[in-house]
Design a protein around this ligand. Structure first.
Ligand SMILES: [Zn+2]
Ligand SMILES: [Zn+2]
Length: 132
């Protein structure tokens, strides 16, 4: 029974994050799970997120643009842009090949490269419309 319950709760966490927009924090995922499933504990949600990350289903972005760690369900390599006004984070579909190739020069100097983080900052369309 315990096994069944654990699998179910992992499914709940997974389905919730997949329905969420953008790059939610663990706290936001928990809040959303909690709305529909008040019996699922915060520890369970956090544990499930870590396990989904381990499986490569979602990606954790440490302190994306300052603040808390966030989870990303877009597993295709991409950059992020952060709005300075509202703090929203957007995916940026830029061709990455060239950048990663260039970054490989670090490996010539003995640095083992396994991830990257680049954040563009600016003002999003919504905030720009509000400013007017
Ligand atoms: Zn904004
Ligand atoms: Zn992203």
């Amino acid at each position: 029974m315990r096994q069944v319950r654990q699998t179910l709760q992992k499914e709940i966490t997974y389905n919730t994050i997949m329905k969420m927009m953008g790059h939610p924090t663990a706290e936001e995922v928990y809040d959303s799970v909690h709305l529909t499933y008040p019996h699922v504990s915060k520890a369970t949600v956090y544990r499930n997120l870590a396990s989904l990350e381990e499986k490569g289903v979602i990606k954790r972005i440490p302190k994306l643009g300052g603040g808390s760690d966030r989870y990303d369900k877009n597993m295709i390599p991409h950059f992020h842009a952060k709005c300075k006004c509202c703090g929203k984070i957007f995916d940026v579909a830029l061709p990455l090949e060239g950048v990663l190739e260039k970054a490989k020069v670090m490996e010539d100097e003995g640095f083992s490269l396994n991830s990257y983080q680049l954040i563009f900052e600016g003002t999003c369309t919504e905030c720009r419309l509000k400013e007017k």
